[in-house]
Design a protein around this ligand. Structure first.
Ligand code: GLC
Length: 665
């Protein structure tokens, strides 16, 4: 089969599901009179979907702030500069919950309108479906107690609804490690409540820190290990609440310098603020206040948030067996909004996602703008997860086609062009440059001098890794741990590559793990490079923080990757090292120096994702089968398309016959 045929076959299949026609919106008029009103509608509709617990809110929407014009459009009455804060509120003292809004008449009508604004081709909910109800604690029946009280592993396989075998009531080891016990206590102390329900965990709970900055907020990326830890414990409420409330915060409003971030962007973090209730001295109300980067240091864009959100949503469904969350209309809409934002056409020529510097865990200037590996691995993982979770619907066929197209192209691009080992380095070292042709070997015009002597010396005979970034005439040869780990977990790296990455970690143990796992990247930028690339950032000095610092939270991603490759002993070794210091050092955010000997210069103590990362690593090692909620195996159709591309030789001549390829590789 020709490459393009193979690819098109995969693409036209448009994913594993077929889609039925859109019942509600396909024929609706999508035109709106004013952009301003559009914003109002968007926020109103998203708000209504989630915050029906408050009659205050209904008053705001139904009576005080929004009025309906004669032809049904909403407009703001009174205060035209309503802030987000005023909208995302919950009157906490009110226990009673307001029932769901129907789509017939009254406020229900404007919900249909706002869905039109979003042009998401979603179906309108039936009453009550959108309510944020109490979650039942779902106990998994996958773990079967044998007569001696141990877990019967054979029975631990996926249940019919896909639930991974964990649960609060499931039997666990009788003796609890004191460090684990302490970690659980600290993790529970970090829980943030909204209207009485747990919705996330604070980034750090450091009583010794003089300046809190935004560490008192719930960060989306930081909550992922917390969420996984709670899932593994069978405590599903907090994760469900987190998923639904952050969804509600998804971008639809002007945020910075009169500029709106792309619709679908998830915030970097949010905070629960408490205010006295207007006109009632004895009562307060709570408000969710998101930060899309408009207040963040450096105004960095949280590109990874939405990707992590999809990953956690999938894990929630797999672990709890509760698929009702991912099937909700508003959740399906949220997934599609994230996808549309990521898959939107731009000027870029590559299938990788183009982002600005600091748009992920490394949220500072570190020279990772362009196509950083971490974002690509999360992107790939989110695309796979979304494809799995999207429910059949005709209106999404184009989106699914684009998604499949991207999956094939992205995996090919990363596996082929990001991969380096000794052999590949030697190839680059001998590259010819300035090749103008379709079949250039050195496609990105990489100058061989970029292969430094220290890199050649560092590369082990056995092993390899995916480089940090690829741009025209630029390969960022730094090893970034999270990107490499998540490429293994998501299957973005091939099996051979995945094993080779773990080989490299073993071979370079004293650099990457040393006295505290895991180095965020290696090597550090030093001297002039540090000056130019970081702008002489005093927080990111060599071997500190993002610039070669060591982050205990990365333990959990390492553990999932090792379990997937059936090499858990590597993770176990790393955990053993971490255990010697983490509790004693008060769970720091990061460590400094080449061998991670110091607690980081400005590291917070009691950093929640250090605590949760450790717990997840421990829990998964104790029950490796639970890692399935995070791992994605290779899709046979993708493998097929990919191998056809490889076997047809990426360096082939681009003759007339294949000039109709859907994308350039
Ligand atoms: C730092 C980290 C970022 C993290 C945040 C909160 O900014 O770089 O990844 O999300 O702290 O812990």
């Amino acid at each position: 089969m020709a490459t393009s045929d193979a690819v098109l076959q995969v693409l036209s299949g448009a994913g594993p599901r077929s889609f039925s026609s859109d019942l509600c919106f396909s024929n609706l008029d999508l035109a709106f009179r004013s952009k301003h009103i559009k914003y109002v509608r968007k926020r109103a509709s998203r708000h209504m979907k989630m915050f029906k617990c408050s009659s205050v809110l209904q008053d705001c929407i139904g009576k005080q702030w929004f009025k309906r014009s004669g032809d049904g459009d909403l407009y703001l009455s009174g205060n035209a500069t309503i802030k987000r804060l005023q909208l995302l509120r919950c009157k906490c003292q009110q226990a009673e919950r307001v029932s769901g809004v129907t789509t017939e008449g009254g406020n229900g009508t404007w919900f249909v309108d706002s869905a039109k604004t979003l042009n998401l081709n979603g179906a309108v909910n039936s009453p009550g479906v959108l309510e944020l109800g109490e979650t039942q604690q779902l106990t998994s029946e996958t773990e079967v107690l044998t007569s001696n009280g141990s877990v019967n592993k054979e029975e631990e396989s996926l249940t019919t609804n896909g639930a991974v075998g964990t649960g609060r009531d499931a039997p666990r080891k009788a003796s609890v490690d004191p460090i684990e016990e302490e970690a659980w206590e600290l993790l529970r102390d970090s829980v943030v409540y909204y209207c009485g329900s747990p919705i996330g965990t604070i980034a750090a709970n450091d009583p010794t820190s003089s300046s809190v900055l935004n560490y008192d907020q719930v960060f989306i990326r930081d909550f992922i290990p917390s969420g996984i830890a709670f899932l593994l414990k069978g405590e599903y409420d907090i994760v469900r609440n987190f998923l639904l409330h952050t969804l509600q915060l998804q971008s639809w409003e002007k945020t910075m310098d009169c500029h709106s971030p792309g619709q679908g962007l998830m915030p970097a973090s949010f905070k629960v603020r408490t205010f006295p209730l207007d006109g009632d001295d004895s009562a307060t109300e709570e408000v969710l206040d998101p930060d899309f980067g408009e207040a963040a240091i450096g105004r960095v864009a949280p590109v990874d948030s939405g990707l992590w959100w999809i990953i956690l949503l999938r894990a929630y469904g797999k672990c709890s067996g509760d698929l009702s969350v991912q099937e909700r209309i508003d959740v399906q809409t949220g997934i599609k909004m994230i996808l549309r934002l990521c898959l939107a056409d731009g000027f870029d020529m590559f299938p990788t996602l183009l982002v600005t510097d600091g748009s992920c865990m490394i949220d500072r200037r570190m020279g990772i703008h362009g196509h950083p590996l971490e974002i690509q691995a999360l992107f790939y993982s989110a695309l796979l997860g979304a494809r799995e979770m999207l429910t059949p619907e005709d209106g999404s066929a184009d989106l699914l086609r684009a998604l499949n197209n991207r999956l094939v192209a992205l995996s090919f691009h990363i596996r082929e062009y990001y991969w380096i080992d000794l052999r590949k380095l030697n190839e680059i070292y001998r590259y010819k440059t300035e090749e103008y042709s379709y079949d250039a070997v050195n496609k990105f015009n990489i100058y061989p001098d970029q292969v430094s002597t220290s890199l050649v010396e560092w590369m082990p005979n056995q092993g390899g890794y995916l480089i940090g970034n690829l741009q025209p005439a630029h390969m960022d040869f730094r090893f970034f741990s999270l990107g490499n780990m998540w490429s293994i977990v998501s299957g973005l790296a091939t099996r051979d590559q995945s094993n080779a990455i773990l080989d490299l970690i073993e071979a370079k143990w004293s650099d990457l793990v040393a006295d505290m796992p895991l180095k965020i990247c290696h090597p550090a930028l030093e001297g002039q490079e540090w000056q130019i690339i970081t702008g002489s950032d005093p927080k990111n000095t060599p071997w500190s923080y993002h610039n070669g610092g060591s982050w205990p939270t990365l333990l959990w991603q390492l553990t999932v990757a090792c379990i997937k490759m059936n090499r858990p002993e590597i993770a176990a070794r790393a955990i053993e090292i971490a255990e010697k210091r983490l509790s004693r050092d008060k769970w720091p955010e990061y460590y400094d120096t080449k061998k991670a000997r110091f607690i980081g210069k400005q590291a917070r103590l009691f950093q929640t994702w250090s605590i949760a990362g450790y717990l997840v690593a421990k829990l998964l090692l104790a029950d490796p089968s639970a890692a399935r909620m995070l791992v994605t195996d290779e899709d046979p159709e993708l493998v097929n398309a990919f191998s056809c591309m490889i076997s047809s030789n990426p360096r082939r001549k681009r003759g007339q016959n294949n000039s109709k390829k859907p994308f350039i590789i």
